[in-house]
Design a protein around this ligand. Structure first.
Ligand code: GLN
Length: 536
C-alpha cells in the first residue's frame, strides 16, 4: 500500500462498549489479509500515563516492552494481534499538553498565543501520524478513550475532524454505540445511537462505519433504520452482540464483513475473506474444553479489570491444556490463618497477585504459607513473588521480622530491599524499573525446563527487589534463585524445586501472553494445577 490509512475508533452513549476489543478484532482481520497494522490509544485524561492511577479508577496498568505504563487496552491489542506496542502507541492529554508547553518554553512558537486550536490539535495530529510515518504501516487504528460529547475529548475529536478532511479517503471513522433493550416495552431502542451520531455530525464528523453494541440480536430492520437515520451504508452497520468469549469477536466481525466494509471505505481492493485458521483452531479447542481447572487469585482489588492480563493468560493457558479455567478471586484483606484452608479449598492452583503498599499483604503471606506447606501449585507475580520470599524467611529461615523495605523501613531482615538506583528517586510517575529486561535462567531449574532456553526477556514494573545478601541462606534451605539479570545480578525468579509448582517471578509474564503465543509459565502452571485436580 502506498500511503498509510487511518481508522479512528470513537464511542458514544456509554463507556465500556468494548472499543478496545473491536479495535483489536479489526486489527486482527486486516492483518490476516496481509496488511501491516498497528493500534494506538489516545486517552483524554490529564495524567501523563495511568501509572499513578489506582486500579479502581482505571483497571490494570499495562506495561510495554519499552517501559511505558499504559492503558489495559494495549494488552488486548497485543493479545489479539501479536504486535508489540511501544510508548508511541499510547498518548494522553497530559503528554500532549506537556509537549506543547515544553515547546513554548523553548521558544518554538515565539510571538504566538498558544491555543487549543491549532496548537493542541496540531500536536494531537502529529502524534496520531507518528507511527504511520515512521514505520509505514498500511493501517493505523487509533482508539479514542472516553465517550463522544465529553468536554475533555473535544480537542481529540476536533483533530480527527481535521485529519479526515486533510486525508480524504485515507481516514475513516468507526463509531461504537449502544442499542439498549427496554424490557417493559419489549423493544430495542436506536434513539441513543441516533443522538450520538448527531453529536458527532454536529462536530463535523460523519461516521463511515457504525458498530452497535447490543445484548440482543438486531434484525435487518433495525440496521436499516440506523443506516438511514445516520447517513451510513447498510453494510457498514454491524452489530456487536454479547458473546461467550471476547476471542470470538474477530470471527463475528468477519462474518458481518466489517473488514471488507473498512477496505471499501478506504478504496482498497477486497479479496475473499481469509481463513483465520490458527485463530479458529484456538476457538474450537476452547469450545471443546469442558473440564474445568480452578485457579484462585489472591489480591486486594475485587474488580475484573485489575488483573486483566493475568486472567487472560490463565484463560489462554486453560484452552491450550484443553480445560476451562475457572478463576475465583480471594480478597487477601480477608484472609486469616483461621480461614485460609477453607477459603482456598477446592482450588487447584493459586496466583499471588502483584500490587503496592501495605494493604492486603498479610493475607498474601498467609496464602503463600498455606500453599507452600500443603504443596498447592502457586505462582507469585511481582509483589506476589516478594511475599513468597518474605514468608519463607519468616517461617523457614526463622526471621520473624523479615519484610520488604516497602512495608517496613527498619527491619534488619530486609529480604526484599529497595533497588540501588531507586534510592534517590522522589518523583512517583514513570520512575520504577519498567519494561523488558534480560534474564538468565539456571540450567536444570524448573524455570529453565519450562522456557527451554537460557536467555529470556520479560517486562517489569517495580522498585523493590530480592536482597542478594540473603541468597545463600535461601539456597541452602531450598528456595532457589534461578533467574537473574546478567548485568545487575538482580534475582528475577525464585522456585522451590521440591514442591510441585512454587515459582515466583519479579517480572510480569502476563504482559507477554497472547492468544496464538501463550506464555510457557502460565501453560505449565495450569498444567500442574490440572494434575493437582486429578490427584484430589
Ligand atoms: N510493590 C512492589 C515493588 O515496587 C511490587 C510491584 C508490583 O507488584 N508490580 O517492588
Amino acid at each position: 500500500m502506498a500511503e498509510t490509512k487511518y481508522i479512528f475508533v470513537t464511542g458514544g452513549v456509554v463507556s465500556s462498549l468494548g472499543k478496545g476489543i473491536i479495535s483489536s478484532s479489526l486489527g486482527k482481520l486486516l492483518q490476516a489479509r496481509g496488511y501491516n497494522i498497528t493500534i494506538q490509544k489516545f486517552d483524554p485524561y490529564i495524567n501523563i500515563d495511568p501509572g499513578t492511577l489506582n486500579p479502581y479508577e482505571h483497571g490494570e496498568c499495562y506495561v510495554t516492552v519499552d517501559g511505558m505504563e499504559t492503558d489495559l487496552d494495549l494488552g488486548h491489542y497485543e493479545r489479539f494481534t501479536g504486535i508489540q506496542t511501544t510508548k508511541a502507541n499510547s498518548m494522553t492529554t497530559g503528554r500532549i499538553y506537556k509537549s506543547v508547553i515544553d515547546k513554548e518554553r523553548r521558544g518554538d512558537y515565539l510571538g504566538k498565543t498558544i491555543q487549543v486550536v491549532p496548537h493542541i490539535t496540531d500536536e494531537i495530529k502529529r502524534n496520531i501520524k507518528l507511527l504511520g510515518q515512521k514505520f509505514h504501516y498500511d493501517f493505523v487504528i487509533t482508539e479514542i478513550g472516553g465517550t463522544i460529547g465529553d468536554i475533555e475529548s473535544a480537542p481529540f475529536i476536533e483533530a480527527i475532524r481535521q485529519l479526515k478532511w486533510e486525508l480524504g479517503k485515507r481516514a475513516i471513522n468507526m463509531h461504537l454505540t449502544y442499542v439498549p433493550f427496554l424490557k417493559a416495552a419489549g423493544e430495542l431502542k436506536t434513539k441513543p445511537t441516533q443522538h450520538s451520531v448527531k453529536e458527532l455530525q454536529s462536530i463535523g464528523i460523519q461516521p463511515d462505519i457504525l458498530v452497535l453494541r447490543t445484548e440482543k440480536h438486531l434484525g435487518d430492520g433495525i440496521r436499516k433504520k440506523v443506516a438511514a437515520f445516520c447517513n451510513v451504508d447498510f453494510d457498514c452497520v454491524v452489530q456487536s452482540e454479547d458473546l461467550p468469549s471476547i476471542y470470538e469477536v474477530p470471527v463475528n466481525m468477519q462474518n458481518q464483513g466489517l473488514d471488507a466494509a473498512v477496505l471499501r471505505k478506504c478504496n482498497e481492493p477486497i479479496e475473499p475473506a481469509p481463513q483465520l485458521g490458527p485463530w479458529k483452531a484456538f476457538l474450537e479447542r476452547r469450545e471443546k474444553a469442558t473440564k474445568t481447572v480452578n485457579i484462585g487469585l489472591v489480591g486486594k482489588y475485587d474488580l475484573q479489570d485489575a488483573y486483566k492480563s493475568i486472567r487472560e493468560s490463565l484463560s489462554q493457558a486453560g484452552t491450550y491444556n484443553d480445560h476451562k479455567t475457572v478463576i475465583s478471586f480471594i480478597n487477601s484483606e480477608k484472609l486469616t490463618e483461621e480461614n485460609v484452608a477453607e477459603k482456598l479449598a477446592g482450588l487447584d492452583g493459586i496466583v499471588i497477585c502483584p500490587g503496592f503498599g501495605q494493604r492486603g499483604i498479610a493475607g498474601k503471606i498467609i496464602a503463600a504459607h498455606h500453599t507452600r506447606t500443603h504443596d498447592i501449585p502457586t505462582f507469585g507475580i511481582c509483589l506476589g513473588m516478594q511475599m513468597m520470599v518474605i514468608e519463607f524467611a519468616r517461617n523457614v529461615l526463622g526471621y520473624a521480622d523479615a519484610n520488604s523495605r516497602e512495608m517496613d523501613e527498619k527491619t534488619p531482615h530486609n529480604v526484599i530491599d529497595i533497588m540501588e538506583e531507586q534510592k534517590n528517586i522522589t518523583n512517583m510517575g514513570g520512575t520504577m524499573r519498567l519494561g523488558a529486561y534480560e534474564c538468565l535462567l539456571r540450567q536444570g531449574s524448573r524455570a529453565f525446563d519450562i522456557y527451554r532456553k537460557e536467555h529470556i526477556q520479560e517486562r517489569h514494573r517495580h522498585r523493590y527487589e530480592f536482597n542478594n545478601n540473603f541468597e545463600k541462606e535461601y539456597e541452602r534451605n531450598g528456595m532457589k534463585c534461578v533467574g537473574r539479570n546478567p548485568e545487575s545480578e538482580l534475582v528475577e525468579i525464585v522456585e522451590i524445586p521440591s514442591l510441585k509448582w512454587y515459582i515466583g517471578t519479579q517480572f510480569h509474564p502476563e504482559y507477554q501472553s497472547t492468544v496464538l503465543n501463550p506464555h510457557p509459565l502460565f501453560l505449565d502452571f495450569v498444567k500442574t494445577a490440572i494434575e493437582q485436580h486429578k490427584n484430589k
